[in-house]
Ligand binder design. Structure first.
Ligand SMILES: [Zn+2]
Ligand SMILES: [Zn+2]
Length: 378
């Protein structure tokens, strides 16, 4: 595709994707659209056992290989942006900018394809399903399609920066995400005879407060760790002490060591307090994605290329949000880059918008990173 047609193509694609959001693992229309664009440009789509999402390849077979990743899924939110290209599906919205990532990667693909004979290796284009459901990256990793990749880059929209600014930092930039449910089982009884039961209400109250001592007493005071209890439920009337109490919540950490420490303290407090109150405890724990940790050397490289492309580069403030880009970084060095898409409402809200003016620079950055990385590694 000619360079002059690239920007209108990316913007139109972005708007189309924005108007047709699909939730995690339901991205059938989105995948079909990506595939048809790639195939029209004679870009090879790999034959992989993926229901949604895909991986495509540009360049020659010989090493090295670099990977570029975009996530493609939307969120269960009713859009309230009043954009002319707003979601046509009530209750679904691209409120995290994954439509932007997809359109930018398609733009990069077309740009790379037009200079394919000059590429010094292969570029894998990863259109990943289900980032919001935190399982999509593992599906891609499970296909083994990235086994030869030496480095991976991923962009994310950021409403914290204006168009033309990037947020990049070496080291941890997004948190490990763990989720828990804890059920205490005591002995229910008449509210007037607590001595005949094992009351779970003071137990769960102590536990919620004790959890906060993990961050305040067991963590390095300079570490950014978090334990949030987001749901507490017990009992259903005023004169009966309930048999069970349940809480749910999430743990966020920026290092593997803190992640292990918090889990171990969490179990010790739950089991110790349950025993002290004469109750039993059942803990369900889900390990989400690990922390997103940017490779130091490749981060320096990205900063250098981004500045050459005319971006203002700022140090990204780490976030305790999660991002399954980390599943790739667990296998290969990678850099997660926050792209300014205009200062606006936060991600995951009904008024989030990404400025289309940021699309072409983002696509050019991805293409340039792929070309220069291949030139740099042998
Ligand atoms: Zn999101
Ligand atoms: Zn996102």
């Amino acid at each position: 595709m000619e360079t002059t047609r690239l920007e209108p193509f990316i913007i139109d694609t972005f708007k189309e994707l924005h108007s047709c959001p699909e939730l995690s693992y339901e991205e059938f229309g989105t995948t079909a659209k990506i595939k048809s664009i790639l195939q029209k440009e004679n870009i090879e789509v790999l034959d992989l056992p993926l229901k949604t999402g895909l991986v495509a390849k540009i360049g020659n077979e010989e090493s090295p290989v670099v990977a570029l990743r975009a996530d493609i899924d939307a969120l269960p939110i009713d859009e309230e942006t009043n954009l002319p290209y707003a979601s046509k599906t009530p209750g679904k919205m691209h409120a995290c900018g994954h439509d932007f990532h997809t359109a930018a990667l398609l733009g990069a693909a077309l740009s790379l394809k037009s200079t394919e004979d000059k590429l010094k290796g292969g570029v894998l284009l990863v259109f990943q399903p289900a980032e919001e459901d935190a399982g999509g990256a593992l599906k891609i990793v499970g296909t083994n399609a990235l086994k030869d990749a030496k480095v991976i880059y991923g962009l994310h929209t950021s409403p914290l920066y204006p168009v033309g600014t990037l947020g990049i930092s070496p080291g941890p930039v997004m948190a490990a995400v763990d989720r828990f449910t804890v059920t205490f089982v005591g002995k229910g009884c008449h509210a007037a005879h607590p001595d005949e039961g094992a009351d779970v209400i003071p137990l769960v109250s102590e536990f919620v407060l004790a959890l906060q001592t993990i961050v305040s007493r067991n963590s390095n005071p300079f570490a950014a760790n978090l334990v949030s209890v987001t749901k507490v439920s017990a009992g259903n009337t005023w004169n009966v002490l309930p048999e069970t109490a349940e809480i749910e919540g999430t743990v966020r950490t920026l290092t593997i060591e803190d992640r292990k420490m918090i889990k171990s303290r969490f179990y010790a407090l739950a089991e110790g307090l349950a025993a002290a109150f004469g109750a039993k405890v059942k803990i369900d724990w889900w390990d989400g994605p690990p922390p997103t940790i940017n490779d130091v050397l490749w981060t320096n490289f990205v900063e250098h290329i981004a500045e050459k492309e005319g971006f203002i580069v700022e140090a990204a403030t780490p976030s305790l949000g999660g991002e399954d880009f980390s599943e790739y970084q667990a296998k290969i060095p990678g850099v997660y880059i926050k792209v300014g898409t205009g200062e606006t409402y936060p991600h995951h809200t009904s008024k989030f918008v990404a400025d289309p003016a940021a699309l072409l620079p983002a696509a050019n950055l991805l293409a340039h990173l792929a070309r220069e990385t291949l030139r740099g590694i042998k």
